[in-house]
Structures are given as structure tokens and as C-alpha cells.
Design a protein around this ligand. Structure first.
Ligand SMILES: *[C@@H]1O[C@H](CO)[C@@H](O)[C@H](O)[C@H]1NC(C)=O
Ligand SMILES: *[C@@H]1O[C@H](CO)[C@@H](O)[C@H](O)[C@H]1NC(C)=O
Ligand SMILES: *[C@@H]1O[C@H](CO)[C@@H](O)[C@H](O)[C@H]1NC(C)=O
Length: 458
């Protein structure tokens, strides 16, 4: 006991000023598709050979591995892969960079076989308006209530920072990224943060960036995002942090690039600050699904996530639909998670717009769930006002239940697939999946009110 207290005091004193933005992600493959490693990622201000010491006891970090580092602007992104971990084990780790050391942090390695997984799922989380969601995620991490975070793009909104006071003409892109990553550290230094790209990762398009050819060149084409994270794409045949897949318990997770990864994708067809050209995601997706189908007996659920929704407010992204929807049906994908629009929408299991199955028992076509409202710069002003009044206790919640208000303006017929929407609260999804049930809840993060749920069964 005394020793632990002594060490934690030491740990505090040794807390580093330059090692920052620590986050982890599942890595490695034990040969059966299970992650047997963990990527530890962080930044330093100058280039260095950092080490990550780790072990199964906080007082004995007996293993060590070096990070590889790179820079695309001024700070250095490090990734160290902790390999050959024992499954379902608590590991402690500490980053050492010369004189600097991080505090001792911990995570649980992935299980080889576990009949359940719990995860949080959302897109579109930023610094601004993101407090209630970060607070909720912090509690989930502290209480070890979830195994991982599945984040469908728009990670931090650094590209919107020029709209902040004092940043209209100043270069705030990198400091905004850093600020967000540091704010996430208490959560994601202990929970794998599995990400995919959103349109806000594409580039720095502030006036300050647009006027500089160097910035335009160096800060476009998802560069910051690809440098700062380390997703398991090597392990899954994916590309950079653009698309990849991994398994956890009874679920196969697919992370897609819906920004540039199919013909006609939103960010691929721009003329200014071009991005895209990462390869043939659709062929990869088909190969990945073929493999996942072979393991359906041990991993009955397949979820796919990406940033842009295919269906939203009764509208259809017909190019995305043409590129990927047939595969979603052919391989019986269970849920298709997206964000981008800063609100919540659950659609009935749907295929080809009009094949709508109003049942969650083996529907045969995916449930579409859009969760883009955990809080960011671009939330609607109405929603922000309601949330501020709620958080300050000024007002009772005017709309405790999700409403069908949004549906009123839609054309007859187009709304048939929509089961429920919520445009008035910050919220995220929470999933508990076991071998027979995939239970989803939509949780409003200001007070953890569960406003929607469904249970998929087979
Ligand atoms: C974006 O980056 C990828 C990967 O490095 C590269 O193949 C592609 O050509 C780049 N696209 C543009 C428009 O620069
Ligand atoms: C979708 O439905 C349209 C008619 O509504 C049909 O022409 C088309 O072949 C269908 N697509 C698929 C992939 O089933
Ligand atoms: C799976 O989850 C469902 C819903 O939460 C629960 O009723 C069931 O008992 C669980 N099955 C097992 C084997 O734990």
C-alpha cells in the first residue's frame, strides 16, 4: 500500500510537459483476427527516440518498446506498438522521452474469446459544445464500462478553429488539434479510440492556410489525421487510417472512408485542395466481408461505420448507395453507423430506399443509425441554447422525448424509413452485444437519459 502511494506521488511529480496527447488503439493480430497488441500514440515537441515501458503491474514495467516518429508540420507524432500481449489483461504503461516521463496509465488488452462487448459510438465530437459528452465518456472510462470507442469521423474540428475568437487570421489549426487531443487524453489513454475519417479531417482551409502554399500542401489530404492516429490497417489490409477493420468479442467492426473512398464521394470531387486517391476501398470491403462471413459463428455481428450517412432525413446519397449498399445486403451487415449531420436518426432496417423491414429480428438488411450530435462547433444554435439552459438548470427539458418534428417537412413517402430522430440534444450511442443480442441505446449526454433503443436478434 505504502509503496503504491509512494509511486503515485513519484508519478505525479514526473508528469511531463512535452509528452502530450496520449491515446491508444487496438493493434496486432493473433492469427485468428484478434488484436494482441496496442498502439500507444502521443506527441512531442521535438524529434526524439521515445520508449514505452509496460508490464502487468504498475510497479514493474518490465517490457519496453520504441516509438517511431514523424512530423508533417512542427510537432512529432509517435506510435509505439506493444506487441504479443496476453489477452484480457490489465497492462500499465509509461512513456519515457529523455528526461520526460508520462504518468503511469493502464488499459485492458483485447480478449481472445469473450461473448460480449460494450462500446460507445458517435461521430462529430469537437472541443466546443463537447463538454457533456467528454464528461460522460470520462465516467465510462473510469468505471471501465466500455471496451472501446468507435468514432465515425470529424475528430476535433481543428479546421473550424479560425472561427474562434483571436483565430480569424491567426494560424490555429495545429493548436486546436492539440487542444482537442489533450482534452481526450483522460478517456483515450485507457480506452482504444478507433477512428475513421470525416470531412473535417480533410484539410486546413482557414484563410491563414489558404493564403500559404506550404500550409495548403502540408495540411491537406487528411495528413494531420493520418499522422496523428495509428489504426490497424496493416493488420486488416486497409489503407492508413482511412479504412480498416478489427474484431472485439462477438463483433466484427469495419471502419470506412466515406469521404473519398468510392466513386463520387463528397471530398473526392473537389477542385480546391484535392484529396483522395487512397486506393480501391470497395474491393477491400468485399474481401474483408468475405473473411468476416467465414467467422460468423464466433462473431455473429458485423457493423460498418463511416462519416457520411447513406440515408438522412429521407434523402439518399445515391452514389454511396450504388457503391456499397449491395455489399451491405449481400453480407448481411447488421448496423451501418454514420454521423456528419449533427443530430440523431434511426432508420428501420432498409435496403435500396424502399425495402423497409420494420423488425429487429433477423431483418436481413442493415439498421442505419446516424449519431452526429455529441457536440461540436457546428451544432445548431437552437440546440446549443436548449442545452445551455438545461445544463445551467434554468429550464426543464422542453423536449424530453425525441420528436417527430423533423419529419413534418419531409415529402410523403421519403420519411417511411425513419423510425426516430432527435435534433435537440447532445447524444451518443451505447452498444452491448453478446452472441444473441445486439442492444443499442441512444444516450443524451447532459443527463444520461436513454432516449431511444433497439435490440437486434438473430
Ligand atoms: C492523398 O494521399 C494519398 C496517400 O499518400 C496519395 O496516394 C494521394 O495521391 C493523395 N491525394 C492527393 C490529391 O494528393
Ligand atoms: C433498387 O430498386 C430499383 C427500383 O426501385 C431497381 O431498379 C434496382 O435494380 C434496385 N437495386 C438493387 C441493387 O436491388
Ligand atoms: C445477451 O443479452 C441479452 C440482452 O441483454 C440478455 O437477455 C441475454 O441473457 C444475454 N445472453 C447471455 C448468454 O448473456
Amino acid at each position: 500500500m505504502k509503496l503504491l502511494i509512494f509511486l503515485s506521488v513519484l508519478g505525479l511529480q514526473a508528469t511531463s510537459a512535452t509528452i502530450s496527447q496520449i491515446h491508444i488503439a487496438l493493434a496486432g493480430d493473433d492469427g485468428n483476427g484478434i488484436s494482441n497488441g496496442m498502439a500507444v500514440s502521443f506527441q512531442t515537441e521535438s524529434d526524439s527516440q521515445a520508449q514505452v515501458r509496460y508490464g502487468t503491474s504498475a510497479t514493474s514495467l518490465t517490457s519496453s518498446t520504441s516509438s517511431t516518429s514523424s512530423t508533417y508540420w512542427s510537432t512529432y507524432d509517435h506510435h509505439a506498438i506493444l506487441e504479443s500481449l496476453s489477452p484480457s489483461t490489465t497492462y500499465y504503461y509509461q512513456i519515457i522521452d529523455g528526461e520526460d516521463t508520462s504518468e503511469i496509465l493502464s488499459f485492458s488488452s483485447a480478449p481472445v474469446q469473450k461473448d460480449s462487448v460494450n462500446f460507445a459510438v458517435f461521430g462529430d465530437l469537437g472541443m466546443v459544445n463537447g463538454d457533456s459528452t467528454r464528461k460522460y465518456l470520462t465516467t465510462l472510462a473510469e468505471n471501465k464500462e466500455i471496451d472501446l470507442i468507435y468514432h465515425m469521423g470529424d475528430v476535433g474540428y481543428a479546421d473550424d478553429s479560425f472561427l474562434h475568437l483571436g483565430c480569424y487570421t491567426r494560424f490555429c489549426y495545429e493548436s486546436a488539434w492539440n487542444e482537442f487531443m489533450n482534452a481526450m487524453q483522460p478517456i483515450v489513454s485507457t480506452l482504444p479510440w478507433m477512428t475513421m475519417p470525416g470531412n473535417h479531417e480533410a484539410d486546413c482551409h482557414s484563410p491563414n492556410c489558404m493564403l500559404s502554399k506550404t500550409k495548403r500542401d502540408k495540411l491537406s489530404n487528411f495528413t494531420a489525421y493520418n499522422s496523428r492516429f495509428r489504426m490497424p490497417s496493416e493488420e486488416s489490409g486497409g489503407v492508413m487510417n482511412m479504412w480498416h477493420s478489427f474484431n472485439h468479442g462477438p463483433v466484427h467492426f469495419i471502419a470506412l472512408d466515406l469521404e473519398t473512398g468510392f466513386p463520387g464521394a463528397a471530398e473526392e470531387t473537389r477542385y480546391v485542395m484535392k484529396s483522395g486517391g487512397f486506393g480501391d476501398q470497395i474491393s477491400w470491403l468485399e474481401e474483408d466481408l468475405k473473411l468476416a462471413a467465414e467467422s460468423r459463428d464466433v462473431r455473429p455481428w458485423i457493423v460498418a461505420g463511416g462519416h457520411h450517412p447513406m440515408y438522412n432525413g429521407g434523402r439518399v446519397d445515391s452514389k454511396m448507395q450504388a457503391a456499397i449498399e449491395p455489399l451491405l445486403k449481400q453480407y448481411n451487415i447488421d448496423v451501418f453507423f454514420t454521423g456528419h449531420v449533427h443530430s440523431y436518426e434511426r432508420d428501420w432496417p432498409t435496403f435500396n430506399t424502399t425495402e423497409i423491414v420494420k423488425s429487429y429480428d433477423s431483418p436481413g438488411v442493415p439498421v442505419h443509425v446516424m449519431i452526429g450530435g455529441p457536440g461540436n462547433d457546428e451544432m445548431s444554435a437552437d440546440m446549443v441554447k436548449i442545452m445551455q439552459e438545461l445544463e445551467s438548470g434554468e429550464k426543464e427539458d422542453p423536449s424530453r422525448e425525441p420528436t417527430e418534428k423533423w419529419l413534418l417537412g419531409l415529402e410523403e413517402g421519403s420519411k417511411d424509413m425513419i423510425a426516430l430522430t432527435d435534433t435537440e440534444h447532445y447524444g451518443i450511442g451505447m452498444v452491448e452485444a453478446n452472441m444473441t443480442h445486439f442492444s443499442f441505446e441512444y444516450v443524451q449526454t447532459t443527463d444520461q437519459f436513454v432516449a431511444d433503443s433497439f435490440v437486434l436478434t438473430k
